[in-house]
Design a protein around this ligand. Structure first.
Ligand SMILES: [Zn+2]
Length: 290
């Protein structure tokens, strides 16, 4: 099933209203955040999406450019995931600790929510889709998500190993290093005789150096928190758990992940929140089986 059909699901839906209803249903209302946010396209406006905690005193805003399609449903769920994290950090903490435990933690929470509209139960409950159709869409969307995640995990290996080797020895042949890693981890073949600095086309190397691994670690964190919640709430089929209407989801996240802010190093927080240090077990459960 291509993106076209998924987009059709949202053609007559109000993405903002769905986001509002979903987050309220899990006990993490976002009215105040949306009230301060700038959510639709305007001339000259940034075409991206992000959530910003302006003052660490509760002024949290989202910038988005909502259109009625699958991409923007996903993106709103993702960005508002960042927002609810910021919103529930303990305000009694000193300013420097009144922030997320680590980029990977807030990215992980955002990714966890960004995955939820791929589950049949979410589609049924939030879009009022009939259960059979929801199951069909759910299965197809999860297959797509699985492929995207696995392909992305290989790409992250290229970035991680490239940056590690680059900073260890910046004078080596970086073009060769780049294509060696692409061949090894992505299984792609370098073009014959290619000796251009192709690595330099990846903007993160310059704008956010030594950051990329956070995306992969965020994916692991997302899966690990999801499974810890499912276990805690007695949900047997974690694969279909879509949170809708479960206020305990909000309680779990507030207490175990959001409230502590940056009091603990990220791996200590992961241990406290999920009972284990960060590892690939839950991610494997989510994406390795079919
Ligand atoms: Zn994000």
């Amino acid at each position: 099933m291509g993106a076209v059909k998924l987009d059709a699901l949202y053609a007559k839906q109000d993405i903002l209203e769905i986001s509002r209803r979903f987050y309220a249903s899990i006990g993490l209302p976002i009215e105040d955040v949306l009230g301060r946010s700038d959510l639709y396209e305007k001339e000259g406006k940034s075409s991206h999406a992000f959530s910003a905690d302006i003052d660490r005193e509760g002024d949290i805003r989202v910038l988005a450019n909502i259109r009625p399609n699958d991409y923007w449903m996903n993106t709103m769920l993702h960005e508002l995931g960042h927002s609810v994290y910021s919103r529930h950090i303990d305000r009694q903490l000193p300013y420097t600790l009144r922030t997320e435990a680590h980029m990977l933690a807030t990215e992980g929470i955002a990714m966890m929510f960004g995955r939820v509209n791929k589950r049949a139960e979410w589609l049924r409950a939030m879009l009022k889709m009939d259960p059979r159709q929801a199951r069909r869409y759910g299965t197809e969307s999860r297959r797509t998500l699985r492929m995207e995640s696995l392909i992305f995990s290989r790409w992250c290996q290229v970035m991680l190993h490239f940056e590690r080797a680059l900073y260890a020895n910046p004078d080596q042949d970086l073009s060769k290093l780049w294509w060696d890693l692409v061949e090894k981890y992505q299984g792609l073949k370098r073009p014959e005789g290619r000796a251009e600095p192709d690595y330099a086309s990846k903007i993160h190397l310059v704008t956010v150096p030594v950051y990329y691994h956070n995306y992969m670690m965020g994916e692991l964190f997302a899966s690990q928190v999801h499974h810890a919640m499912a276990k805690q709430l007695g949900v047997r089929d974690s694969g279909s758990f879509a949170y809708v209407g479960r206020k305990e989801v909000g309680e779990f996240l507030k207490e175990r992940v959001f409230h502590p802010g940056a009091q603990y190093p990220w791996n200590e927080l992961t241990q406290l929140a999920t009972g284990e240090p960060l590892n690939a077990g839950a991610y494997a459960l989510d994406f390795m089986r079919e």
